[in-house]
Design a protein around this ligand. Sequence first.
Ligand code: DGL
Length: 265
Amino acid sequence: MLINDKKNLPIGFFDSGVGGLSVLAKFRKRLPSENVVYFGDTIHLPYGNKTKEELVMYAKNILNFMNNKPVKAVVIACNTSSAQAYDIVKNDYSFPIYPIIQSCAKSICALNYKRVGVFATEATVNSGKYTSEFKKYNSDIKIKELPSKNWVSIVENVGENIEPKRANIKYEIQEMMRFKPDKIILGCTHYPYLMNEFVKYAPKDIFIDPSDIFTDFIKKDLEMNNLLNPNKNQGYEEFYVSSNPNEFVKNAKIFYNVISTPILV
Ligand code: DGL
């Protein structure tokens, strides 16, 4: 394929649902002319309580789907899949694959924080990926990873009564604050949408949404690989889901303008 044809290919994004749109929103601001294919694996939602074998199988299916499109790169806009599946699948495809945790670790460590908290899904915390990746760049860093069980469902079921889950958010944040972290990483792409709740119990600037750092990393790497789309126009976006397209659009609404109804695959 000619290099200019390759540059015009879309970039694939995937997550278990709408959470990865938090990464796509940041990406769109920085690279508006890129074409994008987004896959929300809604039939398997939530990823956070799945086994490694299941998560590897989902990732392979989605990467094969992306490969057939074809795409020029894939962004794993999901911490859980990055933690559990990326290492297994990373050498199986000819395009670059960007996992959120591994892509951000170096830049976050360069900020020299001594104590870092991480909120993530159970599967991400069980993998210990945040700790092992951060220790590669700063062996003295102290990390506390806490699994936050029901937070994804609060985001995915927009409009549900959040009241009973508020107590859990308060409890988890207070538990994390006892660790006296310099920063707390929102280690699940769904969590930035709960910021209005978090700030009731901790200062806003303690939280890091890694998607800013992540999109900078992707941009630099695409540049380095000579893969940036040179077009001046706004790139196209296609959305795919594995169940409930209408639900996806509804849940996405508060934070991303999904312009076309997702295609069910
Ligand atoms: N948004 C994903 C993450 O970053 C997964 C959430 C889930 O489906 O449990 O980990």
